[in-house]
Ligand binder design. Structure first.
Ligand code: EPZ
Length: 429
């Protein structure tokens, strides 16, 4: 298994190209199920989750091809993926694949909408909480689906097709919103989703669906109105830049000091996190080519943050912020409200000498004058990158093992950081 070795202490300076968002690319790929024509996605990140989902879609009969890079982009980054589901030959998403990635469960709604039946394994994914799927099922039932649970699988049918319905989600759920939104595009009649998640990746998917011929009102708001159409057609769509990757590198720069242009990044996708990063002592400026983040010699200042659905501070940046706060000049608090078990990085950060106390859903972090490199282990995607941030500022050498977690969501991290002056390498095997 690959490991990443880092020798800390270098400031970061230069430019980092921000990839297309994983959490938009995955549902966009799934949207290809809704049409027999070709969906062309540009700016698709090179990630293991993307490869795994392509495999799942291939099982249904979808042809996927991946090619090249966009003009002006560096070799290796950003690819164009063409997905064609002219004929769906199988509507089962098996345990072996779905258990590796939770987002693959989102095929349920589109399969039901197009084929009127689906058998999808209950999901897996990062171990960051119990992560039930009741809201997905309730939403699809509101569209007339008949659902049964059988031996770890969801068996769903919609004889005669899905019908428009009304669903008011009791909790904001990104995945349930994606699932029901995609399904509703081909339902007969109008669907209203209230308390829909407003994450920019949902807006990105909705815009792609509109380009495919869907009729959706209220994009980027908490109420989505979808008037079902008989069929969707092919389209070309560029995946929105990854705001979590953006925020992660912004925190890395805030941690080490330096000056980095995050190419293609957008401030409007991540205002809450940029406000916190500035409060911590860094400067964030949107400019033509992206977002510039810098921090001079002053101290990292402590902050008090609670995670929340968009537009609040994202849970997917909680671990990275915690790593940054381990070096703050004072005491910070971070409260996690989305996932109950998303603190697995705490014990790994302690190996660097961090001082973190956990009480329920709140972590209290007392900044320490220095961190020391250590062997550490990645436990989930965002937790693993928090260890990289700590390692960049730690004295001496760190090795991060189990980096397959990192490869699910960060494209060529060692190359991107290495180009900006970090001493970082991947050790294969
Ligand atoms: C999405 O997961 C993201 N995944 C997660 O990113 C992200 O952390 C999360 O949204 C919150 O922003 C992708 O986009 C692929 P939810 P999702 O449904 O859809 C509860 C990463 O690191 N809930 O919004 O699974 C749930 O337990 C990943 O890239 C139910 O109770 O999250 C949680 O407490 C990790 N019943 C809350 O809602 C349900 O049926 C929000 O979860 C569904 C969810």
């Amino acid at each position: 298994m690959d490991r990443i070795r880092i020798v800390g202490g270098n400031r970061l300076s230069g430019a980092i190209p921000i990839s297309g968002a994983k959490n938009a690319a995955l549902p966009l790929m799934i949207a290809s199920i809704l049409t027999p024509e070709t969906l062309t996605l540009q700016n698709v990140p090179r990630l293991s989750d993307v490869r795994l989902l392509a495999q799942i879609l291939n099982n249904f009969g979808t042809d996927t091809t991946i090619a090249g890079k966009r003009a002006g982009q560096r070799e290796g980054y950003a690819r164009t993926m063409r997905l064609n589901a002219a004929e769906i030959v199988d509507t089962t998403a098996p345990y072996e694949l779905v258990s590796q990635m939770r987002a693959s469960f989102w095929v349920l709604g589109p399969l039901l909408a197009r084929c009127h039946e689906a058998r999808v394994s209950l999901p897996g994914g990062c171990a960051i909480g119990t992560r039930p799927v009741d809201l997905h099922l309730r939403g699809l039932e509101a569209l007339g689906a008949e659902i049964e649970l059988d031996s770890g699988y969801v068996n769903a049918r919609a004889p005669g097709g899905l019908k428009g319905g009304r669903i008011n989600f009791p909790t904001v759920s990104v995945g349930a919103t994606h699932n029901v939104l995609m399904a509703a595009t081909l339902a007969k009649g109008t669907t209203v989703i209230e308390n829909a998640a407003r994450e920019p990746e949902i807006g990105d998917v909705a815009r792609c669906l509109v380009a495919m011929g869907a009729d959706i009102e209220g994009i980027d708001t908490g109420t989505l109105v979808i008037r079902g159409v008989d069929s969707l057609h092919g389209a070309t769509h560029a995946v929105v830049p990854d705001r979590i990757e953006t925020g992660t590198y912004a925190m890395a720069v805030a941690m080490t000091g330096g000056d980095v242009l995050l190419e293609n990044a957008r401030t409007d996708l991540l205002q809450a996190a940029f406000d916190v990063i500035e409060e911590a002592g860094a400067t964030v400026v949107g400019e033509a080519g992206g977002v510039r983040v810098s921090r001079g010699p002053g101290p990292i200042r402590p902050v008090h943050v609670t995670t929340a659905p968009y537009p609040g501070f994202p849970t997917d940046l909680q671990a990275q912020l915690m790593a940054l706060m381990t070096r703050a000049d004072g005491v910070s608090t971070i409260t996690e409200t989305i996932f109950e078990n998303r603190f697995m990085h705490v014990q790994e950060l302690a190996r660097f000498g961090a001082d973190i106390r956990l009480s329920g859903e709140t972590a209290t972090i007392t900044g320490v004058p220095k961190l020391t490199g250590a062997p550490v282990m990645a436990t989930d995607l965002r937790a693993s990158v928090s260890l990289i941030i700590a390692a960049l500022a730690a004295e001496g050498e760190t090795t991060v093992s189990r980096v397959y977690h990192l490869d699910r969501g960060f494209e060529r991290i060692e190359e991107k950081l290495g180009r900006c002056g970090a001493t970082i390498e991947r050790i294969s095997g």
